[in-house]
Ligand binder design. Structure first.
Ligand SMILES: Cc1cc2nc3c(=O)[nH]c(=O)nc-3n(C[C@H](O)[C@H](O)[C@H](O)COP(=O)(O)OP(=O)(O)OC[C@H]3O[C@@H](n4cnc5c(N)ncnc54)[C@H](O)[C@@H]3O)c2cc1C
Length: 95
């Protein structure tokens, strides 16, 4: 707030009548997000490209994963694409 006030030259704080933060603990309780993550896996080398979690479970037969924690990765378009990839895999390859 200090930075914003310095930048704008306005006394903003005294005009605030309600303030609420929504952060990682809220992501845990409201969305069951693992460790409160909001953007999926960190872009570390071991979680990148073909090293991302697989869409097909190695342990449970006929269990597939979609969404930002698997391939192709975080963001709404990739999450939707991963659903299409899994659907295509089940319909066309696994029968
Ligand atoms: C602040 C913010 C801004 C973003 N902005 C953008 C953007 O501009 N563009 C973009 O492309 N992406 C953006 N993203 C990322 C994008 O929202 C995510 O990558 C995407 O929504 C992930 O989709 P998903 O279906 O994998 O997971 P989610 O959308 O997280 O869906 C998972 C669902 O599973 C539910 N769930 C969890 N555990 C259980 C359980 N045990 N039982 C039943 N249900 C459960 C959750 O409640 C949730 O509804 C943003 C994310 C955040 C947090």
């Amino acid at each position: 707030m200090q930075r914003l006030e310095d930048l704008t030259g306005q006394d903003i704080r005294k005009s605030i009548i309600f303030k609420r933060s929504f952060a990682h603990n809220d992501f845990k309780t409201d969305y069951h997000a693992f460790k409160g993550n909001a953007y999926g896996l960190a872009n570390t080398l071991l979680q990148t490209a073909f090293l991302k979690p697989k869409i097909k479970s190695k342990k449970v037969k006929n269990l597939y994963y979609t969404g930002q924690l698997t391939a192709p990765g975080p963001g709404v378009p990739p999450s939707l694409i991963s659903g299409q990839v899994v659907a295509d895999l089940i319909v066309n390859c696994e029968r």
